[in-house]
Design a protein around this ligand. Structure first.
Ligand code: ADP
Ligand code: MG
Length: 140
């Protein structure tokens, strides 16, 4: 097995409730290493571009407004099978359907305010990492 990197965002509902440490503990306890991290406020333009794949979904505008509504933590997570492992740690999109013990089951508010984003493929992980980080900012 080789190490992978994936991209993660701790979303505004979680930064608002001061949950960044508890969420990071979930990643670390389950073998993912935070190899880059920064807190920022996304611009509307950045949020629109980041979620461009969802531009035709009915919730796109709501999603963009939510993502700019407060600070976020953007992160690079590293570990064995990191992309899929992170999706497991996050849980299903809708917190009501997420498995017990997952971030979204424990902390998510609803299907929109679901506390975390995680890349859904290695290709998207690479694109999303380079959207927010330069190579020099990632220290494995
Ligand atoms: P995931 O984040 O689990 O990969 P998607 O890529 O399908 O889920 O959706 C991206 C984000 O859009 C979700 O995390 C959530 O914040 C928001 N979202 C998804 N579905 C809905 C919905 N039906 N209503 C409102 N917001 C939604
Ligand atoms: Mg997704």
């Amino acid at each position: 097995m080789t190490k992978q990197r994936t991209f993660s965002i701790i979303k505004p509902d979680a930064t608002e409730r001061n949950l960044t440490g508890k969420i990071n503990a979930k990643f670390e306890e389950q073998g993912l290493r935070i190899v880059a991290q920064k807190r920022l406020r996304m611009s509307r333009l950045q949020a629109k571009e980041f979620y461009i794949v969802h531009k035709d979904r009915p919730f796109y505008d709501e999603l963009v407004e939510y993502m700019v509504s407060g600070p976020v933590i953007v992160q690079v997570l590293e570990g064995e099978n990191a992309m899929l492992k992170n999706r497991e740690i996050m849980g299903a999109t809708d917190p009501k359907k997420a498995d017990k013990g997952t971030i979204r089951a424990e902390f998510g508010v609803d299907i929109g305010s679901n506390s975390v984003h995680g890349s859904d493929s290695l290709e998207n992980a690479a694109t999303e990492i380079s959207f927010f980080f330069s190579g020099l900012e990632i220290v494995g």
